[in-house]
Design a protein around this ligand. Structure first.
Ligand SMILES: *Cc1c(COP(=O)(O)O)cnc(C)c1O
Length: 346
């Protein structure tokens, strides 16, 4: 393992930063009279500031994931974790990050917002990456590498041996976005955090957990990385309704398993039915809850579907995805509507 010490990776201003200390940081525990935070005494429970470190929720998440609570950072969606990583580690106009291409668009946007150079390495025709090519794109100013597995929009899981090769050879932090891991046939890498101190695994409540509306993302990493992220985030970044709803979802984890099983079953049925259409040229292997499908005329199909109120994602203009639509697996009825519309155009 070759990760540099965190003090060497951190931006100087962040290393030296004294974080804002809010009322709920200074007093923790149960009291009977709260007169410390200038809250309104009426309108419980929403009158009170929520736990800035979401301790109860992290205990539960850690227990479910087999981690220690200190290895869990919670953000307003994965997007907050991505932004906070840039702000902690990447000096604007000086440092750079490396990412695979094509992949999730937010890494590039966050790099742009933070004025950090974003270097990409094209995947091969099977959408697989070559660890050596990524390493060759890195220099002494590369702080983060972004990988996404299963990858969006391609759907495939990245070759595990190549990911491990990067982990073993890269000196910065490897951010592995596992937004779709619950649909994948391979296990998460989160249980190897102790082995790889430079690993940051991103997961989210937005996909398998069926909770995109509450905006809750997890960055799973070493305690020292999580401490840094906590120092930078807004003090009360996760609202009480979100914390409460997430607690509720964690209690119905078996139901989530059932959802995933149904979605996987529907995915296979949808894939098979699509493959029988002439306008479908290729369906890429997927480990996620969506299919990347090459069709005869992506722009025309996209427009025709939209006119019928069926919205898929047109990926025609994305590298290596020429002629492709990305189709999320819906309910059986929703998938049938799509199939029916496509059959009528076939
Ligand atoms: C959907 C998705 C996310 C989820 O982002 P949130 O901000 O947590 O909703 C993260 N990464 C990828 C690759 C995704 O496709």
């Amino acid at each position: 393992m070759s990760t540099l010490p965190l003090e060497q990776l951190l931006r100087k201003n962040i290393k030296e930063l004294t974080p804002y200390s809010c009322a709920r940081d200074e007093f923790q525990g149960q009291a009977s009279v709260y007169l410390d935070a200038n809250e309104n005494p009426y309108n419980a429970p929403y009158n009170r500031y929520p736990d800035p470190l979401q301790r109860e929720l992290k205990l539960k998440i850690a227990a479910i994931k087999g981690l220690r609570p200190g290895q869990v950072f919670l953000g307003n969606g994965s997007d907050e974790s991505i932004d906070v990583l840039f702000r902690a580690f990447c000096e604007p106009r000086t440092d750079n990050v490396v990412a695979i291409e094509p992949t999730y668009g937010m890494y590039r946007v966050a790099a742009g917002i933070n004025d950090v150079a974003y270097r990409t390495v094209l995947l091969d025709e099977q959408f697989q990456m070559d660890a050596d090519k990524l390493l060759a794109a890195c220099d002494e100013r590369t702080k983060l590498i972004f990988l996404c597995s299963p990858n969006n929009p391609t759907g495939n899981s990245l070759n595990r041996a190549e990911v491990l090769k990067l982990l073993n050879n890269f000196e910065g932090l490897l951010v592995l976005d596992e937004a779709y891991i619950d649909f994948a046939s391979e296990p998460s890498l989160m249980n190897r955090l102790d082995e790889y101190p430079g690993l940051v695994v991103l997961q989210t409540f937005s996909k398998a957990w069926g909770s995109a509306a509450i905006r809750l993302g997890m960055a799973l990493a070493s305690e020292s990385i999580v401490k840094v992220l906590n120092k930078i985030k807004y003090p009360y970044n996760i609202g009480l309704p979100t914390q409460q709803q997430a607690m509720k979802m964690l209690e119905v984890a078996p139901k989530v398993k059932d959802w995933v099983a149904s979605i996987l079953q529907e995915r296979d049925r949808l894939s098979k039915a699509l493959s029988e259409l002439r306008l479908v040229k290729h369906i890429y292997p997927t480990d996620a809850n969506f299919l990347l499908v090459r069709v005869s005329d992506a722009n025309r199909l996209y427009t025709a579907l939209t006119e019928q109120g069926i919205i898929v994602r047109n990926r025609n203009n994305v590298s290596l995805c020429l002629g492709c639509l990305r189709i999320t697996v819906g309910t059986s009825d929703e998938n049938n509507s799509l199939l029916q519309a496509l059959k009528a155009m076939d």
